[in-house]
Design a protein around this ligand. Sequence first.
Ligand code: F6P
Length: 535
Amino acid sequence: MTLRSTLPEWQAVANQAQRLSSVHLSTLWANDPERASRWLTHVGPLLLDLGKQRLDADALSALLDLAEAVDVKGTLASQFAGDPVNLTEGRAAWHTALRAPVKRAEVAASLQRMSEIVTQIHQGHWRGSNGYPIRDVVNIGVGGSDLGPKMVCESLSEMACGKGAALGIHFVSSIDGAQLSDLLHTLRPETTLFIISSKSFTTSDTLANARTALDWLAKAVPDAASRLRHHVIGVSASPAKMTEFGIPEQNQLLFWDWVGGRFSLWSAIGLPIALRIGMSGFNELLAGAAWMDQHALNAPLIDNLPVLLGLVGVWNATFLQLRGHAVLPYDGRLASFPAFLTQLEMESNGKSVNRQGEPVDYLTCPVLWGEVGANAQHAFYQLLHQGTQPVSADFIAPVRRYLDAGESLQRQHRLNLANCLAQSQVLAFGDACLAEPNASPHRRYAGNQPSSTLLIDELNPYALGALIALYEHKVSVMAALWDINPFDQWGVELGKQVAGETEQMLLGAQPSANVDGSTLALIKHIRQEHTACKS
Ligand code: F6P
């Protein structure tokens, strides 16, 4: 058993990082007049520019050697073949099978059922128990059962037409019930359908919201069987748990344990997407992802978008030791893309032991965060430009937008793109962009903050499918380089267990001996306040 850091190819990359550690991006450009074309890769609907990364040709070459040495392509091939690559759970991570052009029988059957449900709802044939057609759909889920479908629905809502556009589609996830309770004030039970989305169907956040929703429905639909038959659909990998909850079999949509939660939007978890943009739009999304799968498998390393993005990610996080990574979409439709990526990358690669369980001696996943880029300019960019924290960033923007709209919207798109390009420029080169930099230290910009720019020809289902799959495979590439398992998430389990025990203590159960003094004091305070409110 050897750590990645003992490989000669790893050491060669470390040497390159050492050589470039104090070289400014301005110098890299001055030294390489060919740089502009060398770092652009345009394939399918996506163009990736790595020209503002703190890399030169020798460093990239060392990274590509490392990718060869650890067999990144072999790792992807094994994942795509459905091998049990999630070693700690003995499972495949086979989300690519959900979008493969030739579908497995169970996948085809689930898509077929999804399609029937979409048609029934769009055509007004799925009715509430009082006979009214469904007007609002509420997805209750959390994590992968919420972030993916929510992000895609928001990103593509302009493509909705007819019934998909008229339907109210809502997402609630928070365990405190705040989102649900606000929403329920605006809805009519007779015309509302809940999708309870949970791979495990044991997640307390989702089940708590689902129970509150059923209580709300009960006032208008007292008969329990009718309530569940007409107003609830379940999506899960556990039909037994859905049945136990009371969801009739014909209202159950299935997926499988070989689909990880954060990779599940391509499965029946994507039902809200299909309801919003229609089944044909959903199939386009799958097709874009399937195109990216083939690109990831077959393109040479040097032209391979997920490999390049993954290599740059590891270069920045591990070798340049940049501990933060900002996701900056310049498109309001992609507002939830940063939140989606935080789960995808941090839940996958936030690990500190390798696949054999040995502690690693290098930094793995950085902290990701993000916001619509132009809005973030007025919030946290100050720190990016003048703070003490070196970070990397991804700028993401569509090239074509509002082609058929009036001049004012076209100008807004132009302004948006100008801001995107301006910010990555200033981050990279600082006030070297200016003819005469201001002398005051308060007004100086050091630059040298690296970024990638991803331009999407146009934000449509196909391109979005390709974009999401690009990041999924970026995660796999980085995990292969770090030799970690990106498909489990044991780090979130202990908190769930302790929350269960803590709820009992809030109800008055004796604390167990290992509860710390700080938590005991907080429990005592809350219990006192609750008792005072009741009396
Ligand atoms: O707590 C983390 C997690 O297990 C995620 O991996 C998952 O996407 C989310 O909870 C929701 O899980 P489920 O779909 O089983 O409700």
